[in-house]
Design a protein around this ligand. Structure first.
Ligand SMILES: Cc1cc2nc3c(=O)[nH]c(=O)nc-3n(C[C@H](O)[C@H](O)[C@H](O)COP(=O)(O)O)c2cc1C
Ligand code: SF4
Length: 598
């Protein structure tokens, strides 16, 4: 390797160690230093970590933010969620490409710049957004910013000298309740947990009936107890900060504004289950939060809230490391996340065993969402009965919603469970609303007659996204965008999802091109059924949710695209026969399909 590559690898090995599970972090770091991952560097990494070159290439090839070919000195990725598109991101990207003379997805001939799209960057409240070099985020992109950005790139101005206002990320907390309100003093919840002891703490958590906020709603006390009771002496606490579900950005704000509460919740979990190691899996798109998070961890170590003998409790040793992802939605699924933490490709594991029995490096592992840890810290402080008194019987406490799309005041809204959809729409200033996509593409699409329904596990469950669409929006196009998202993010491990998501995209594109028929809609229903039952993980199982909901509730949006109510082939059969006509020298009406029919 070149001397600077050698030096970069040496520094990364010193920082992350020489264990194979450091692989992804080392590749990320090496790419940050070199701009891409040359073959020679991959070989040196393989040698240093004692793994095969094929293993290193396999990991480098899995993650979208890792490049095995030069990807440009400036790598610009436009966030491609539906809400970015509604704010004009496609036109802005086309404008930037035109100004820079590049084709989307291709690196400029002089290796200066590449411009492409990426899945939602978690900035739906301040889009359109883009990422520069997988590190810096630019919010509220507009024509003026695009014009200046093109100039800065052309003149090779370092990103550190670009206008600081571009990189400002606002919290946009519009309605705060228990979690987004005033933060408790660092250590207060932990002191309460220590005073209760692990069993007392678990009893409070059970009484609170807290359920996970990452989507599935599993009982938090039950999860922690299963892990605590699993055989073995070492345990691990993992915070899922992957937040890849399009339209969700609540964890971004919790990590930026309430990092102490997140770490406190993790430390309480460690106390309850007896863990010494903790990890935050931070999505690659939130790399910009890393330095502040590291500083908070350091402050907590200095204050005796992390490290050895925490808060003076003999033998209570626990520390947290941050692992940065590299652009793969499937890594939010807990078993893929653990694979990724171990430095591997993020392929979901076969379960059982579940992570509580065998997770990180085979150790019993608790994986919880960022918001769940914040809620657990509140329960430790306020007690289970207090928490259970808020919300509904089956869904206790509060829930944070990331509101974006067609509304006057996008941002975070925290309400007790049981709040009606209509109330949230009213508060965020949504007008003439046609639909709300709750919980992201894998969640539920609600139409106006359902706005009286409530946010709760027993009615409308959600991981936190709340995307609003007014009557000017084409719900078919919304669903088509989500179909492309799932096909793009499928990890390819199992055939029903790999092929199924591609077939869904083909059908939706066929409908969009005006070649669809009622038969294509029937096929979409069949694919939904198949993928619900036959896929290996939740990504494939939920991939057709937005199609099913929108076909059922917004059928005219689909019918508008139908050419015929009956079968319509995806290609022009008559045109395909033109070669045969030329070869046989026939041009009579009988040589044409239309003619043959009459
Ligand atoms: C494809 C897929 C993506 C997921 N992404 C996330 C995510 O970004 N954040 C999250 O907390 N949970 C995500 N989950 C759910 C996790 O697998 C897991 O249930 C969750 O982290 C458990 O935490 P909780 O009990 O606190 O909800 C995802 C699941 C699937 C199937
Ligand atoms: S369902 Fe999709 S994402 Fe999940 S394992 Fe199969 S291919 Fe991968």
């Amino acid at each position: 390797m070149q001397p600077d590559a050698d030096a970069a690898l040496h520094a990364l090995l010193t920082r992350h160690g020489r264990e194979p599970h450091a692989l992804l972090q080392i590749l990320r770091g090496l790419q940050a230093a070199l701009g891409w991952l040359p073959p020679r560097a991959l070989a040196d990494v393989a040698q240093a970590l004692g793994v095969t070159l094929a293993q290193v290439q396999g990991v480098a090839g899995f993650y979208r933010f890792l490049h095995q070919r030069p990807a440009g000195q400036y790598r610009i990725l436009f966030s491609d969620n539906v809400t970015d598109r509604m704010l004009g991101s496609h036109a802005l990207m086309a404008d930037l490409c035109r100004r820079l003379g590049v084709v989307p997805g291709r690196v400029a001939d002089d290796d200066l710049v590449s411009v492409d799209t990426t899945s939602c960057t978690g900035l739906g409240d301040q889009g359109p957004a883009l990422l520069v070099n997988h590190h810096h985020v630019i919010t509220r992109v507009d024509g003026k910013r695009v014009a200046l950005l093109a100039d800065l790139v052309r003149h090779r101005v370092p990103v550190a000298q670009w206008p600081p206002a571009w990189f400002e990320v606002q919290h946009n907390v519009q309605r705060a309740d228990l979690l987004l309100g005033d933060a408790a003093a660092p250590g207060a919840a932990l002191a309460a947990a220590l005073a209760r002891g692990p069993e007392g703490l678990l009893a409070e958590l059970k009484a609170s009936r807290l359920r996970g906020r990452g989507g599935a709603g599993f009982g938090t006390a039950q999860k922690w107890e299963l892990c605590r009771n699993a055989p073995g002496t070492e345990r691990v606490v993992v915070c899922n900060a992957d937040e890849g579900e399009p339209g969700t950005f609540k964890d971004r704000v919790l990590l930026a504004r309430h990092a102490d509460a997140v770490f406190e919740g993790m430390t309480i979990a460690a106390f309850a289950i007896g863990a010494r190691q903790g990890f935050v899996y931070l999505r690659g798109e939130y790399r910009f939060l890393l330095e502040a998070l590291e500083a908070t961890l350091q402050r907590r170590r200095s204050a005796g809230l992390l490290g050895l003998n925490i808060q003076g409790r003999e033998g209570f040793d626990f520390d947290i490391r941050i692992h940065v992802g590299a652009g793969a939605y499937v890594c939010g699924e807990e078993s893929s996340l653990i694979e990724s933490l171990e430095g591997k490709r993020g392929t979901p594991r076969i379960r059982p065993p579940f992570p509580v029995e065998s997770g990180y490096l085979g150790l019993p592992t608790v994986v919880n969402n960022v918001e769940t840890y914040c809620a657990a810290a509140k329960v430790a402080e306020g007690g289970g009965a207090w928490w259970a008194g808020i919300g509904t019987a089956k869904s206790t406490g509060t829930k944070i919603h990331s509101v974006s799309g067609d509304c006057e005041r996008p941002g975070l809204y925290e309400y007790p469970f049981g709040t009606r959809i209509g109330r949230i729409l009213e508060d965020c200033g949504a007008k003439d609303t046609q639909a709300v996509q709750v919980g992201g593409p894998s969640g539920t699409c609600l139409s106006a007659f359902e706005f009286g329904r409530r946010i709760a596990f027993e009615d409308v469950p959600t991981a936190g996204a709340f995307m609003v669409f007014d009557r000017s929006r084409d719900m078919f196009e919304v669903a088509r965008g989500f179909a492309h998202f799932f096909a793009h993010e499928s990890c390819g491990f199992c055939t029903p999802c790999r092929v199924g998501t591609a077939l869904v995209v083909k059908r939706m594109d066929k409908l969009a091109a005006g070649h669809g028929s009622r038969h294509d809609i029937d096929v979409l229903f069949e694919l939904d059924k198949l993928m619900h039952t036959a896929t290996h993980c939740g990504l494939g199982a939920t991939a057709c949710n937005p199609l099913r909901d929108t076909i059922l509730k917004f059928r005219p949006a689909y019918e508008k695209h139908l050419k015929s109510l009956y079968f319509e082939p995806g290609f022009d059969l008559d045109a395909e026969l033109s070669i045969a006509r030329r070869m046989t020298g026939r041009d009579d009406p009988g040589a044409y399909l239309e003619g043959a029919e009459t």
